[in-house]
Design a protein around this ligand. Structure first.
Ligand code: F0G
Length: 465
């Protein structure tokens, strides 16, 4: 089969949903009305939606079937027991606490463990993890390896944490002030990059030596396990499930959004071994999410998620998944659109600063590219640059972000290779007219998290002719 290059979707299509096609003229009107912010365009006018891989995946026939046998009992539902046993089988954790999504699990864990004296290290905290720690007045620190910060550099495990920095961090802040250490697998904020088994093992070793619990933010654990299988020596012949089990075996708990690798449109969990923390977390759960055997989810959701967690371990699926993200990145690179190297598990990150060097950071090259992608092909992506991070929350001052990226996150089992080919053809149109693209200025913004709702206009007065 060496001569076959086509990535086939390892599924047949049973239910279809029309893709929305719009004319260029209509898209111009819509983009104008949305103030050049694709977040403000209704999904019905988007052809290819790469805004997020979260909650946007397609469920399988088996998941839909499982929903029909969902047990909606308030307490002790059969569907919860199935959910619990599938998670225990993969993670080995004693307590499984369901939540409606990842950030709810984080909020519960940090509300019982973090206060203003506490420090939490991670390779890179995801926004909601950081925000939930900071909401408790704790301190969230990122200790990813230096290679992980260099977009052009190729490295198999750019999500690794710097173990020497972790040691130094513990010395500096004191083990008693560190309620847990974290690793995010894969490292979303760092480009969807994987963490090696050696690094997970090493992190556990260091934390445990100091008596500090070790947690995984394991939203994309099966993608991480697949990268270990294909990139780390000694794992070639292990199954994805065995690799995942080993990853979790070094940790004491996990917070997970099941809207990613869990194939759920909603759902999450907190799992952990510590009896005391589990008791406190369940009490908090009852206050905020629901009884501990449903935690803000319907019984049918628990069934779909349990089934999704089994399907996500399928190696053929992961090969297609990781293969199609890499295919998109390679196609972009070949036409001269630079992306973070290597491609991540769930997303491609375009380096807009490099692609549009004539647009100054404070005229938002990433936002310009998002707007142009919509105009060209009805494609929606998200800016991760000076719009998202360029405003100092304390002083209100505008400062360019470290990078100007555009994330194209791939929904799971939704798009086919011909869809990606279409997207690549549309992107080629952008390469041809990139020199004509001009910067944007903000005409309205919210006091925080401005990227969701900011409105823009062409920065005519600042235009370079
Ligand atoms: N941790 C990571 C690494 C994530 O990527 C996300 C969500 C969460 C936690 C929070 O989970 O949304 O279920 O509350 N990431 C989405 C994204 C939103 O688009 O990257 P949630």
């Amino acid at each position: 089969m060496k001569n076959i290059k086509t990535i086939i979707e390892p599924f047949k299509i049973k239910v279809v949903e029309p893709i929305n096609l719009t004319t260029r003229e209509r898209r111009e009107e819509l983009l104008d009305a949305a103030g050049y912010n694709p977040f403000l365009i209704d999904a019905e006018f988007i052809t290819f939606d790469f805004l997020t891989d979260s909650g946007t995946g397609a469920m399988s026939a088996a998941q839909w079937g499982a929903m029909m046998v969902g047990d909606e009992s308030y307490a002790g539902s059969r569907s919860f027991r199935r959910f619990e046993s599938v998670i225990q089988d993969i993670t080995g954790f004693k307590h499984v606490i369901p939540a409606h999504q990842g950030r709810a699990a984080e909020s519960i864990l940090f509300s019982i463990t973090v206060d203003e004296t506490k420090w939490v290290p991670n390779n890179c905290h995801f926004d909601t993890t950081r925000a939930n720690i900071e909401f408790r007045k704790g301190h969230a620190l990122d200790l990813v390896i230096e290679e992980g910060k260099n977009p052009a550099l190729d490295h198999p495990f750019k999500g690794n944490i710097d173990l020497a920095k972790l040691e130094a961090f513990i010395k500096e802040h004191g083990a008693q002030n560190i309620p847990m250490g974290y690793l995010t697998v894969t490292n979303n904020t760092g480009g969807g990059q994987p963490v090696s088994m050696a690094n997970i093992r090493g992190t556990g070793k260091i934390l445990h030596k100091h008596g500090i619990p070790f947690f995984l933010d394991a939203c994309r654990f099966s993608e991480n396990a697949y990268f270990i299988k294909i990139r780390e020596k000694g794992y070639e012949n292990r199954t994805i499930k065995e690799i995942a089990q080993e990853m979790f075996s070094y940790a004491d708990g996990a917070t997970v959004s099941l809207k990613k690798d869990g194939f759920g449109n909603i759902g999450g969990y907190l799992a952990l071994n510590d009896d005391e923390w589990a008791m406190q977390a369940r009490n908090m759960l009852i206050l905020r999410e629901g009884f501990p055997t449903y935690g803000g989810l319907a019984g049918r959701d628990l069934e779909a998620l349990a089934q999704g967690l089994i399907e996500t371990l399928d190696e053929n699926y992961l090969q297609y998944r990781i293969g199609s993200v890499a295919y998109l990145a390679r196609g972009l690179n070949e036409m001269g659109i630079p992306t973070i190297q290597p491609a991540g598990g769930h997303a491609v990150y375009i380096d807009a600063k490099e692609f549009l060097p004539h647009i100054e950071p404070l005229q938002y090259p990433g936002q310009v590219l998002c707007a142009e992608m919509y105009l060209e092909g009805g494609i929606r992506a998200v800016e991760i640059g000076s719009v998202m991070f360029g405003k100092d929350p304390n002083t209100g001052e505008e400062k360019p972000a470290a990078m100007e990226l555009v994330r194209m996150a791939m929904p799971r089992r939704v798009y086919t290779q011909s869809h990606i080919d279409y997207v690549l053809e549309a992107m080629r149109g952008l390469v041809e007219r990139k020199d004509k693209m001009r910067g944007l200025k903000i005409t309205w913004q919210a006091p925080f998290l401005r990227h969701f709702s900011a409105r823009f206009a062409p920065a005519e007065s600042l235009r370079r002719q």
